[in-house]
Structures are given as structure tokens and as C-alpha cells.
Design a binder for this molecule. Structure first.
Ligand code: SF4
Ligand code: SF4
Length: 137
């Protein structure tokens, strides 16, 4: 099984619950993150890009190489803590090789709705098997 995570960018609100769930579950130090949320916009965290009134901002959760792709535990339905605790349903976890898995079905659904699917470039040195799905407005 290849453990993968699918991110629906259009559902992500940038709340950082995923990062905090990981931090809490793995008892990380205050300034240590195995996963964080990048703002796509003006450059600073939660800063919009563009010029008024044509502003834009969206968020992109990033899994660092320190992420162990943990499987959570029986309180999280054996889903990673980050995935299980996302309040908006932006994250789906599972085995993409299994066509019946939740993640495969979600991926097919989003592709059917003409979402663009992509991964972070190799040079960013982030965790692999993280797929992003996004639909432009
Ligand atoms: S993926 Fe979910 S938990 Fe993480 S920032 Fe986006 S909405 Fe919040
Ligand atoms: S998969 Fe596990 S270790 Fe990786 S970011 Fe999510 S909760 Fe943290």
C-alpha cells in the first residue's frame, strides 16, 4: 500500500487544525512542525496577493520530510491525525492502488468535476504521495 493524502484546495480554509493535530499527537516542541499550511497570496502568512479590489488568497498544507505518514490510531479510525481532524473535509487518506478506497473514489469524483490534480515539485523536498486537487473560479 502506498499511503497517500489528497488535498482539496478549494475546501481548505487555512485553519491549521491539521498541523496542530499532528503537533499534539506527536508531542512536538513549540516551534517544531512536521506539517504546516502555506499561504498562496502576498508572501506573508494570511496575506492576500493582488491589488484591491482584485485580491486573492488560498492555502496549501505542506507535509515536510519529517512527517512519518503515521496511521493515527483507533481513535482516528486509523487515519493520520492531520487528516482525521480537518474540520472541512479537505483531506482524504488511503491507498491509491485500491480503486475502491475512499481516496481513489474522491480523486475520481474531483477529476470528474474538472479539478486540476498536481503534486509539489521534487526540488521542494516535501513528503511524496501528496496530491492536490484544485478548481479555478
Ligand atoms: S487542510 Fe483542513 S485542517 Fe488543514 S488548514 Fe486546510 S481546512 Fe484546516
Ligand atoms: S501523517 Fe501523521 S506525522 Fe504526518 S503530518 Fe499527518 S499527523 Fe503528522
Amino acid at each position: 500500500m502506498v499511503k497517500s493524502i489528497l488535498v482539496d484546495i478549494n475546501r481548505c480554509t487555512g485553519c491549521w487544525t491539521c498541523s496542530m493535530a499532528c503537533k499534539t499527537a506527536h508531542d512536538l516542541d513549540t516551534d517544531e512542525f512536521w506539517q504546516y499550511v502555506r499561504t498562496i497570496g502576498g508572501g506573508e502568512r494570511d496575506e492576500p496577493g493582488g491589488e484591491w479590489p482584485n485580491l486573492y488568497m488560498k492555502w496549501m498544507p505542506i507535509w515536510k520530510l519529517s512527517c512519518t505518514k503515521c496511521g493515527g490510531d483507533n481513535t482516528t479510525d486509523n487515519k493520520p491525525y492531520c487528516v482525521f481532524n480537518c474540520p472541512t473535509g479537505a483531506l482524504t487518506y488511503g491507498d491509491l492502488a485500491d480503486e475502491q478506497s475512499e481516496i481513489s473514489q474522491r480523486l475520481n469524483e474531483l477529476k470528474g468535476r474538472r479539478y486540476r490534480v498536481y503534486e509539489i515539485p521534487e526540488w521542494e523536498d516535501t513528503r511524496k504521495s501528496i496530491l492536490y486537487a484544485e478548481k479555478g473560479i
